[in-house]
Every structure is written in structure tokens, then in C-alpha cells.
Write a protein that binds this ligand. Structure first.
Ligand code: NAD
Ligand code: MG
Length: 393
């Protein structure tokens, strides 16, 4: 029986994880859940899974949750704030920590789980993007087991099983991309798209932030940075191809000319189940992939002019230093502003570019420096929201 803590349990990845766990009550128990402030959903999850702890960031949410639990005489202990989150992330009674908070806000808690030597199922790609070498050194030193839940990385890792020296034996890793909801639409026609249109992903059902990131393809850029650290490969050997059906999640080319590809339905429960059960296998609840009904699978290169955010992300692999932290912070501010309809879809790339042109910090050497760069980049990006912007058209 493995005790599982889910950081960000009310989100898309969190709910999918609980769905997989509910299918295997003899193998997994829920030790702790955490959410920002979505009390109703968290309360329902507590009723079903009866964790020992629930952590919320918000004081108001904590009071509300405590009241609900008291009326039902449920003795789940409610912890509040960042301190509560860090406590559940590192608690000695848990075996597996699922890092499913969205954005840089997940870094601290994910790292706490790493320092505590947990098996960490990483969905929160932003924490690895900004944590970089510091994050991977912590994994190495603590003996934590880091397993990617991001479908492309989970798929690529499965294609690499049995390869003891990827740097020597691999020619390249291909992360596939669907192209998002605006594939084939000229970029200069996108200034009027709504948040709802941007979040309407053709294949995947995800949280709002990653859905916008998929529409701009910033998501694929973050994933290239994530892959660079996870697989310890030089950036030129990490490449992207468009595969519109999202059936092939990743491919790996070996030096002998062999290609291995991972296929599956577009359902995050597949990679979550793989990582929960690793090195074994369990059922995920995802529908089977009917190979005979597959549409034609085709691969095509990415049209650079369509995805300026992707280019900005790939630029950070060349610039190095603190640039991925600045990229990520500016993206979070810009996506948030787009979702609250303060800026246009096409402004997202402009705000990130302007922030990156203004601020290229040195390589951070410790966590505190990462957080300081993140804060400064957020402030700069905020000021960019109100400044006049050049227009692409
Ligand atoms: P989501 O928005 O649906 O859920 C986010 C969760 O984090 C919620 O439980 C929320 O309460 C919590 N949260 C948000 N801000 C917080 C904060 N400041 N402090 C503490 N908790 C906070 O997001 P999601 O789509 O589930 O994505 C989560 C992570 O997984 C992201 O990093 C995303 O890139 C990654 N990911 C998601 C998918 C997917 O299919 N959704 C696929 C691959 C990777
Ligand atoms: Mg992905």
C-alpha cells in the first residue's frame, strides 16, 4: 500500500490522479490533498478519500473547510498557507507526491518533496523549467525518484527504458505537438480570439493556463526545457514535430537507426497510472486505443512564424543564465491577463519578448535567487501590460 499526497488535487491532473487511485484501493491510499481555494471540490474529495491532511493556501478557505468537516465529524486535519503545503509535501508518512500545482507557485512544495526523497510524480513542469540544475541536483543528492507525468516526457522515458547511456546512444528525442486550436490559422488573424476559443483544445481537456500555453505553443517550449533537464540531453537533440491527432506522444531515435514511438489515447490517466505503478503497470481507466479506427498519422515540422512564444522559449536554451525564469514569469503574467481579457492573445508573445529584452539575470546558484528573479520578472511583465506595444500587423 503506497500513501499518496497530491499537491493541487482539485485541478485537472489532481482529479485524474484521484480517478486512477480510486480504481486501486488495495494499492494506494490518499495521505494528503492540497488546493488553493476550491473548497467544494476539495471537500468532496476528502469525503471520498479520507486523507489525514488537507492543505489550503487561503485562510478563508481553511475556515470554510474546517466548518464543513466538523459538521460531518471528519477528522482530516486542515493546514493553512505555504507552511501547511510544505509540511504535507515533505511528510514522512507519504511515499508518493504528485506535483500538480500550476505554475512557479508549485516550485517550493515540489522541491520539499524532492528534498524529503519521495517518489515525485511531476506534472508541474514550470518548477523544473525555473529550477533547472538546482532542481536536478536536489533530486540526485536526496535520492528522490523523479517520474514525469507530462505525457510526452512520460512517453519518451518509456521509449528510453533499457538505454543506460542516452547521451551516447540517442540521436534525438521528438516531442509531438497537436498544434493547438489555431493550427493552420494565420497568426495575424488571432488578435481577436477569446479565452474560451484559446482553451478549446482539439484533443486534451486541461486546466486553463496550460490550455492557453498549448494554443501559443509556449507549452511545447516549456516541455523542451523540461526534457533538457529530465533527460540530461543537449538541446539540439530535443526536437518537436506536429502530430495532429495526439496519438503518438513522443519518439526516440537511436544511433543504430531504430525509432521507438509511444502511442496512446489523449488521456492523462495513462501517464499518471504508469508513474504511480512504476516499474509495474496498473489499469488507468482510459478507453482503449482502437488502432483500426485511427486516422492517418502524419508528422510535420512546426511553422516558426505561427508560434512566437515557442521561439522565445527555445531562445532561452541558447541564452541560458536566468532567462527561463524570466520567460516563465512573464508568460504566467501575460496568460493571466489574457484570461481576464486585459490583453489580446497576440499580446502574450509581445509581453514576454519585452520582458526578456529588459531583463537577462545571471545564472542563479540557489533557490532564493530563483525566487528573486521570478518576482522581479513578474514586476517587469506587469508594467509591460500597460505600456504601448508594437503590433505584429
Ligand atoms: P489546474 O489549473 O487545473 O489545477 C491547478 C491546481 O493547483 C489546483 O488544485 C489549484 O487549486 C492549485 N493551485 C493553483 N495555484 C496555486 C497556488 N498558488 N498555490 C497552491 N496551489 C495552487 O492545472 P492542471 O491543468 O491540472 O495543471 C497542473 C500542472 O500540470 C501544470 O504545471 C501543467 O502544466 C501540468 N500538466 C497538466 C496537464 C493536463 O492535462 N492538465 C498535462 C501535462 C502537464
Ligand atoms: Mg505535455
Amino acid at each position: 500500500m503506497k500513501a499518496v499526497t497530491i499537491l493541487g488535487s482539485t485541478g485537472s491532473i489532481g482529479c485524474n490522479t484521484l480517478d486512477v487511485i480510486s480504481r486501486h484501493p488495495r494499492s494506494f491510499s490518499v495521505f494528503a490533498l492540497s488546493a488553493y481555494s476550491v473548497v467544494d471540490k476539495l471537500y468532496q474529495q476528502i469525503l471520498t478519500f479520507r486523507p489525514q491532511y488537507a492543505a489550503v493556501i487561503d485562510e478563508k478557505a481553511a475556515k470554510e473547510l474546517c466548518h464543513l468537516l466538523k459538521t460531518q465529524k471528519i477528522n482530516t486535519q486542515v493546514l493553512v498557507g505555504q507552511q501547511g503545503l510544505l509540511e504535507v509535501a515533505a511528510h514522512q508518512q507519504s511515499d508518493i507526491v504528485v506535483a500538480a500545482i500550476v505554475g512557479a507557485a508549485g516550485l517550493n512544495a515540489t522541491l520539499q518533496a524532492v528534498y524529503a526523497g519521495k517518489r515525485v510524480l511531476l506534472a508541474n513542469k514550470e518548477s523544473l523549467v525555473i529550477g533547472g540544475q538546482i532542481f536536478m541536483t536536489a533530486v540526485e543528492e536526496s535520492g528522490a525518484v523523479l517520474l514525469p507525468v507530462d505525457s510526452e516526457h512520460n512517453a519518451a522515458l518509456q521509449c528510453m527504458q533499457g538505454c543506460d547511456d542516452p547521451t551516447r546512444d540517442l540521436r534525438q528525442v521528438i516531442l509531438t505537438a497537436s498544434g493547438g486550436p489555431f493550427y493552420n490559422r494565420p497568426y495575424d488573424s488571432l488578435h481577436k480570439v477569446s479565452p474560451q476559443q484559446a482553451c478549446n483544445h482539439p484533443n486534451w481537456d486541461m486546466g486553463m493556463k496550460i490550455s492557453v500555453d498549448s494554443a501559443t505553443m509556449m507549452n511545447k517550449g516549456l516541455e523542451c526545457i523540461e526534457a533538457r533537464w529530465l533527460f540530461d540531453l543537449p538541446p539540439p537533440s530535443i526536437n518537436i514535430l506536429i502530430e495532429k491527432t495526439s496519438t503518438v506522444h513522443a519518439m526516440v531515435e537511436y544511433t543504430d537507426g531504430s525509432w521507438l514511438a509511444h502511442m496512446g489515447v489523449s488521456d492523462m490517466r495513462v501517464s499518471i497510472a504508469q508513474a504511480l505503478a512504476w516499474p509495474g503497470r496498473i489499469s488507468s481507466g482510459a478507453p482503449p486505443l482502437d488502432m483500426t479506427s485511427l486516422a492517418e498519422i502524419k508528422f510535420s515540422p512546426v511553422d516558426d512564424s505561427q508560434y512566437p512564444c515557442l521561439q522565445l522559449a527555445l531562445d532561452t536554451l541558447r541564452h541560458g543564465r536566468g532567462s527561463p525564469i524570466v520567460l516563465n514569469a512573464a508568460n504566467e503574467i501575460a496568460v493571466d491577463a489574457f484570461l481576464s481579457q486585459k490583453i489580446r492573445f497576440t499580446d502574450i508573445a509581445l509581453i514576454i519578448e519585452q520582458t526578456m529584452n529588459t531583463f537577462l539575470p545571471d545564472q542563479p546558484t540557489q533557490m532564493a535567487e530563483i525566487l528573486a528573479i521570478d518576482q522581479e520578472a513578474r514586476q517587469i511583465a506587469h508594467t509591460m501590460l500597460t505600456q504601448p506595444r508594437k503590433k505584429y500587423f
